[in-house]
Design a binder for this molecule. Structure first.
Ligand SMILES: Cc1ncc(COP(=O)(O)O)c(C=O)c1O
Length: 417
């Protein structure tokens, strides 16, 4: 079994290339605590991409020649690998490749506006979603002239930073046709009660859509076992390349959904008068797909399964807890952390130092953390702040990251005394 943390870090070349001599003359390693935005890539994934591009690259499903056949085989093998990664019972024919979670959710919102939404319907989403699972539904509601209702949090601090299930039960009314939520929140790191919300949605016959952008690295349960109808995620948060996303649909939903993009590769017939679509995943994959990226994603999933998603979760959540414990003791720091021990993310702010300034000072100590609204304006507003700093932990994070980050935060905030 692979070792996790410090020794596993050796598999990620980015760390060897980013040791930096800081302004105080001390050489510091890269303390990368921004894996929720994007993870770094292990050498195995980089090697696979280089190997594919060097030896087997060709366009897919278009050529009779060997390179195209080999590339098509690897592209389709990647689709089957994604299906296996999600769980038993999921078939490759349900896996659509997109360019990311954002595109997957836009594809759904666009298509379902046509097939499901009328003025008497309702969409329900949490009020704390990432914009990728917020704005497309807001737009869909505008287009269909239907209602959109938002599930609130129980409160704005500590263990109240979770979805209010009682409110959800009231908001998911018989006219609700779509419920869309994240599995894991990108700011608070909370694990949403997906099974409970899916049960409420199923009671009224609503579709359940799950944004798994933050959860796929840590959880291996199959969301389709919970009654979920569609899931979306991105390769770049899974130790894989950018430019590749996944949308997995129940077969009936795949048949129902109209394409977001039209053009090559997705048609059954084109005449001067009209065009008709092909069936299956190809209908939703117009144009040249992200071929190299799909092959890279498959390599990343092999790597992830080799390490073990539950081990990554245990490791990253334990580091997050330790970090939160130390952070809390620094004067002026306010945490936005549910503190169940399961979160891999810790968001915080300082009473007298703006989040952007703090993140910029931390960069001076080679500490990389994201600051801002984290693509979740409605959530940040509900918390009564304008920006937060976020630390997020991954398979390659270790105890030294905590020490380096805490030291840097102390130094930055003690300057204010
Ligand atoms: C919960 C969540 N949903 C959606 C997205 C959007 O992912 P992408 O930018 O890869 O499309 C993110 C990215 O941070 C996210 O954290």
């Amino acid at each position: 079994m692979k070792k996790i943390g410090a020794s596993l870090r050796l598999e990620f070349p980015v760390f060897a290339h980013n040791v930096r001599r800081c302004a105080d003359g001390v050489e510091r390693p890269l303390c990368y605590l921004d894996s929720a935005v994007s993870t770094h890539k292990p050498q195995k994934v980089i090697d696979k991409i280089v190997e594919f591009m060097s030896r087997d690259y060709g366009s897919v499903h278009r050529g009779a020649y060997q390179l195209s056949v080999r590339a098509s085989d690897q592209y389709e093998a990647a689709r089957a690998r994604v299906a296996r990664f999600i769980g038993s019972g999921v078939r490759a024919e349900q896996v659509v490749f997109t360019r990311g979670t954002t595109e997957s959710l836009n594809l759904l919102a666009h298509g379902l506006t046509e097939t499901r939404l009328t003025a008497d319907k309702r969409i329900v989403i949490p009020a704390i979603e990432h914009h990728a699972n917020f704005v497309p539904w807001q737009q869909a509601a505008l287009k269909a002239d239907c209602e959109i209702a938002y599930i609130p949090m129980c409160g704005t601090s500590g263990s109240d930073l979770r979805l209010d299930l009682n409110a959800a039960a009231k908001l998911i009314t018989p006219n609700t046709s779509i419920v869309s939520l994240a599995h894991v929140g990108n700011v608070l790191g909370q694990i949403n009660p997906v099974q409970d919300i899916a049960a409420l949605a199923k009671r009224v016959g609503a579709l359940v859509i799950l944004d798994c952008a933050q959860s796929m690295t840590c959880f291996s349960e199959n969301p389709f076992d919970w009654g979920v109808d569609a899931i979306a995620f991105s390769g770049h948060k899974l130790y894989g390349p950018t430019g590749i996303g996944v949308l997995v649909l129940r077969p009936e939903l795949l048949t129902e959904l109209p394409p977001l993009l039209t053009g090559g590769g997705m048609i059954s017939n084109v005449t001067l008068e009209e065009s008709t679509w092909t069936t299956g995943t190809a209908k939703l994959e117009a144009g040249t797909p992200p071929i190299t990226e799909a092959v890279g994603l498959a390599a990343a999933l092999d790597w992830l399964d080799d390490v073990g998603r539950s081990r990554i979760h245990e490791h990253a959540s334990s580091l997050a807890s330790k970090f939160a414990e130390k952070l809390e003791k620094i004067p002026g720091i306010q945490l936005f952390y549910p503190g169940t021990g399961n979160e891999t993310i810790v968001s915080f702010r300082h009473a007298a130092l703006h989040a952007h300034d703090l993140a910029t000072i931390l960069d001076g100590s080679n500490v990389a953390m994201r600051a801002g609204h984290h693509c979740a304006w409605p959530l940040v507003r509900q918390l009564g702040v304008d920006a937060l700093v976020r630390a997020s932990f991954a398979a390659y994070s270790d105890e030294d990251d905590i020490e380096q980050a805490i030291e840097a935060i102390k130094e930055a905030t003690y300057l204010l005394k």
